[in-house]
Design a binder for this molecule. Structure first.
Ligand code: ZN
Ligand code: ZN
Ligand code: ZN
Length: 380
């Protein structure tokens, strides 16, 4: 059992918040070497010395001068010492105060869990020890007992075991419900995110079916959060695709200015010489733009609303003029001609274009540099 890492057990998909780290355990000194001392794996886990642990264990096992009888389900009895119980659990202390008994012997009852679980629980109150297998089998019941009888050390250990391996698709619904009941926010967050990221498998478990019957409101809540998560995921993909498109447009705009100002490979201002063997430039969009400009220059249908390629070129030219920082110095063809069109456009068109320009500038977060208008200069 790996107990060192405080990481959540599964990939929470980066959508759910990462749960805060647990505070350091009180009964677990975190040094693995001690756990393994004298083959102590078979004796359970603890960081007190073996001798101390053994004497507390044998005090419980032997019941020397035990003065409390704990009645459990099916008539079972576990013997214990009032001093130990009262010291370890304020709830047991209260029960013992009110307990009736003969002479010095008192008796209390712990119902609702098998006797074996009561034994494991009470043993922990003595020696802070437990067997690995017992923990594996009874972790949920021990979590409930530790919460009900206010034994925070055991509660923390149960939560850690669940977080680092005992939480499964099969039991996650039960764990989630118990975490809510037992006020274990970290565990409820972890199990909730496990439910969301494995929804299909989890919704086929017995736990889910039982919850559906006993807590329909909780089922409804979970279904809602699954839908929310799905929407968030779709939204994220949509936004990232949008961003890609705006980024491509931004790069096309940069490349257009660069071609019209410096020239690139085979095209550019008429006062420049071009060499076919010129090194490739830094603008990725240049190549596509070069082909488009060549087409635009030669196309017979060169009117707005002409062929798809020309239409695209017109759109790019218009977009440029809306982004252009200074039309009077600009060398992009028709840059100034659009000013007239822009003045005549409808309010609706104006808003649409302004939104597009803003989104394009925002993808680079450097509006205005070096030859585009600044983001702040666009009124909304
Ligand atoms: Zn270029
Ligand atoms: Zn054309
Ligand atoms: Zn311009």
């Amino acid at each position: 059992m790996e107990m060192s890492a405080n990481q959540p057990p599964q990939d929470a998909n980066n959508i759910c918040p990462v749960p805060p780290p647990l505070p350091g355990p009180a009964t677990n000194c975190g040094r693995k070497a001690l756990f393994m001392m004298n083959g102590s794996q078979t004796r359970g886990y603890s960081c007190v010395s073996t001798a101390t642990r053994d004497s507390w264990d044998s005090l419980f096992d032997g019941g020397y001068r035990a003065d409390v009888a704990i009645k459990t389900d099916n008539g079972g009895i576990v013997y214990a010492h009032a001093n130990v119980l009262g010291t370890a659990s304020p709830v047991l202390k209260g029960m013992l105060k009110q307990a009736k008994g003969f002479g010095k012997k008192r008796s209390i009852t712990i119902h609702g869990v098998p006797q074996d679980v009561v034994r494991v629980f009470i043993r922990f109150l003595y020696s802070s020890c437990y067997e690995k297998e017992e923990m594996k089998e009874y972790v949920l019941l021990l979590l409930v007992l530790s919460h009900a009888y206010v034994v925070p050390q055991l509660k923390q250990i149960c939560e850690q075991h669940l977080e680092h391996g005992l939480l499964t698709i099969e039991n996650v619904i039960d764990v989630f419900q118990l975490a809510l009941l037992c006020d274990a926010p970290r565990l409820s967050l972890i199990s909730h995110s496990m439910i969301l990221s494995n929804f299909k498998a989890v919704s086929a478990t017995e736990g889910w079916k039982a919850m559906k019957k006993s807590h329909p409101a909780l089922e409804k809540e979970l279904l809602e959060s699954v839908i929310d998560e799905e929407n968030m995921r779709k939204n994220k993909i949509r936004k990232s695709n949008e961003r890609k498109i705006y980024l491509q447009l931004y790069e096309a705009m940069e490349a257009l200015v660069h071609i019209c100002r410096d020239g690139c490979r085979t095209i550019g201002p008429h006062d420049k010489d071009f060499k076919e063997d010129q090194a490739p430039c830094n603008y990725a969009a240049c190549k596509g733009l070069e082909l488009l400009i060549r087409h635009f220059a030669g196309c017979k249908l060169r009117v707005p609303g002409g062929c798809v390629h020309c239409k695209r070129m017109w759109q790019l030219l218009e977009l440029h003029s809306r982004l252009c920082a200074d039309s009077s110095l600009c060398r992009v063809p028709l840059c100034r001609n659009f000013t007239e069109k822009i003045r005549k456009q409808s309010k609706k068109d104006e808003i649409k274009w302004k939104m597009l320009v803003k989104k394009i500038l925002r993808t680079k977060r450097i509006g205005g540099a070096p030859f585009f208008v600044s983001l702040n200069s666009i009124s909304s």
